[in-house]
Design a protein around this ligand. Structure first.
Ligand SMILES: [Zn+2]
Ligand SMILES: [Zn+2]
Length: 256
């Protein structure tokens, strides 16, 4: 698959000098989309259909809620709820029918028959309703586009390769994204140079972050109370970002 290439946001994401430029792009995309969903676009039928169908995951519900547009959020939840209630009821009916059918069977048959699949499928169906998120899907699509652009720059721009190598590296989540996209979009020779750089950045940045994090924990010892924090004040937040690709502290993309 080919993606539209827009190199400026990828270059810009390297500038904040954070722990992962792709995390920054993901977070910025999430903010833009949350604003869009709460804004006029929710009235567009395409968006409305998608929201009704998929809803939002807990993390994105929190983001929507934090934007303080209760009416926009409530309007989306109202139509999503009406839409979802029908499917929820159908799964409950399916599970009840399967249980009733099983209850009517003699004991031995009840243990061996496939009747349980009916309620198992229903439980999985309900779980799928809970797991879907229209925003996660859109953000993932956007991140593939950014990763594709990143790989294009890696392939074609010596200055970009230098800037990446001088950066603080990537989180594990986005390292996986880059490796996965590179399999499809980079030739083996370029994959080698990228993987060598990713390995080196991972080693350096994990060592640095782990060291900062250790000093952060040691600062809780009263004997170290008067010693300087060095770079460890935000080590916990940075460690979580490296490991999980999320911001638990300051959100650098909120006003970006
Ligand atoms: Zn990341
Ligand atoms: Zn989501």
């Amino acid at each position: 698959m080919r993606y539209h290439i827009d190199t400026i946001p990828v270059w810009d994401a390297l500038k904040p000098d954070g722990e992962c430029p792709l995390c920054f792009l993901r977070r910025r995309t999430e903010h833009l989309m949350v604003d869009r969903y709460l804004g006029a676009s929710v009235m567009e039928s395409d968006t409305r259909i998608q929201v009704n169908e998929k809803g939002f995951c807990p993390a994105h519900q929190h983001m929507l809620y934090a934007k303080q547009n209760r009416l926009g959020h409530a309007l989306m939840m109202h139509s999503h709820m009406l839409h979802t209630q029908k499917k929820f009821a159908a799964y409950l009916e399916q599970a009840t029918a399967a249980a009733r059918e099983a209850a009517g069977q003699p004991m031995l048959k009840r243990l061996t028959r496939r009747g349980g699949a009916g309620s198992g499928d229903a439980a999985r169906g309900i779980q799928a309703l809970v797991d879907s998120c229209v925003l996660c899907e859109s953000v993932d699509d956007n991140m593939k586009r950014y990763a594709y652009t990143f790989l294009h720059l890696w392939k074609t721009d010596e200055g970009f390769r230098k800037a990446v190598k001088a950066s603080k590296g990537f989180c594990m989540k986005d390292t996986a994204l880059l490796i996965d996209m590179a399999r499809e979009h980079l030739n083996p020779a370029h994959q080698v140079t990228l993987l060598e750089a990713l390995s080196e950045l991972a080693e350096q940045s994990f060592n640095r972050t782990a060291q900062d994090l250790e000093w952060f924990t040691l600062k809780f010892d009263y004997r170290n109370a008067d010693k300087p924090w060095n770079n460890s004040k935000d080590a916990l937040e940075r460690a979580v970002q490296k490991l999980r690709g999320c911001y638990i502290g300051t959100d650098p993309a909120r006003d970006a």
